[in-house]
Design a protein around this ligand. Sequence first.
Ligand code: URA
Length: 234
Amino acid sequence: MATMRLDKYLARSLQLSRSAARALIRSGEVEVEGLPCRHADAAVAASAVIRYQGRCLSSPQEAPGYWMLHKPASYLSATRDDHQPTVVDLLPVHLRAGLQVAGRLDKDSTGLLLLTSDGAWSHRLRRPGRHSKVYLLHLAEDVTAAMLQAWLQGVDLHADGLARALAVEGLDARCVRMTIDEGRYHQVRRMCAAVGNHVLSLHREQVAGIRLDPDLAPGQWRPLSLEEIACVDT
Ligand code: URA
């Protein structure tokens, strides 16, 4: 990082929105190298001494953030919504800037959700056919051998064409673990409906090589490890 705008520096250093950072600058309480500065677009060096209300701010982190969240039911996989809670509301305010959801879950679905401010990583993760996702499903009807076979051979999602499971494991009469490598709209629910069954609960256990951390209760989150970040191919 050579230089950046003062409002960006403050936003990152204090984990604020850009407009909140500009309000601080307008207040006249921000100093750059000992002098008050009211210019949001002032170029400041990473090494500059920036103070707010006399407190010296630390240089902002340029590195993007990568988080895993145990998504509870009833939260939208979105970064903002005027009426309903979103998954981003579960993270502290200072981590929310620039975050995007890397592969959505339906509002009623639970389990592993990845969030990042690295747009390229998120894009790579969501490319069809590149990364598998594993879901634990509870179904309304008993799972028959014909259903298992149909999922593996491919079921017709009409305008969306054929959708195939890479693997399906029957765990008990109405519970299966299904692996797919695409992410079409409501894909798993529609694959179940296509064979005459109905999903009662859908929980994502794994995406690429990243498994939901069993220590995370619903609503809890943690940063990804470097190993987990590297599970998404380049
Ligand atoms: N497929 C679905 O139908 N719903 C999800 O939440 C994820 C995959």
